[in-house]
Design a protein around this ligand. Structure first.
Ligand code: URA
Length: 230
């Protein structure tokens, strides 16, 4: 077992690598990644049509403050779909979920179980950024959630992963704490659902990294067992 100092040193190397990578992305890779991600969206797919229908939404006040409507991104036939909370600053500017620091960490967590962004689909509970990244208000969630329900129906994943308490509680209509939501298989309309940490939470509390990596293994194992049961 590594001791605390070794763990901290390991985390620092990993974190440093992550941020170098982010710098590289800010320096231009981001455009390339955006292109690559869009290229796995199917031409004239029902998801694309749905995006067109809703992207000018003004159902709540976030419609007035957003820069971009952040619909969702990734493999439209993904077996694994992630749901986050709401776009942050970077996502609002680019119109793509999880492209900022939390997104870079999510990419790393995916790599841990040998997956890439191109293998999964990613969306959020809210499609527009709440000012100053405040928590989503109940009335915003109420207006926006039907969009996510429709996206889940169209992607039809084998397994859903809620990133953080807000996503888990809203998808499951539960008030359970994150620790009670984690490490279990829930059902969202007959689709198995696992709740794990939000990547932004891990950035704030790096000591949770080991547990987050354990959750990723749990996700991978469940996905594999869904394969073997058809
Ligand atoms: N946090 C989220 O929950 N979603 C994003 O898209 C980015 C950060």
């Amino acid at each position: 077992m590594p001791n605390f100092t070794e763990k901290l040193s390991g985390f620092w190397h990993w974190y440093h690598d992550l941020y170098n990578n982010e710098w590289y992305i800010e320096a231009g890779l981001e455009k390339f990644e955006k292109k690559k991600l869009q290229s796995i969206e199917l031409k004239d797919s029902s998801l694309k049509k749905f995006k067109k229908e809703i992207e000018n939404c003004q159902k709540c006040s976030l419609g007035k403050t957003r820069t971009n409507f952040v619909f969702g991104v990734g493999n439209e036939k993904a077996e694994l779909m992630f749901v986050g909370e709401a776009p942050g600053k970077d996502e609002d500017l680019q119109g793509i979920p999880f492209v900022g620091r939390a997104g870079q960490l999510l990419n790393r967590l995916l790599k841990h179980i040998h997956l890439n962004r191109e293998d999964v689909y990613i969306a959020n509970i809210l499609k527009c950024r709440p000012p100053k990244n405040r928590d989503p208000l109940p009335e915003e969630v109420e207006k926006c959630l039907p969009y996510l329900h429709k996206q889940i129906e169209l992607v039809n994943p084998k397994l859903l992963v809620a990133l953080g308490k807000v996503a888990g509680q809203n998808l499951l209509k539960s008030q359970f704490s994150l620790s009670n939501l984690r490490k279990r298989i829930w059902q969202y309309q007959n689709i198995p659902l696992i709740v794990t940490f939000h990547p932004a939470y891990i950035l704030r509390y790096p000591a949770m990294l080991d547990e987050a990596l354990e959750d990723m293994k749990f996700i991978k194992k469940e996905l594999e067992s869904l394969h073997s049961t058809g």
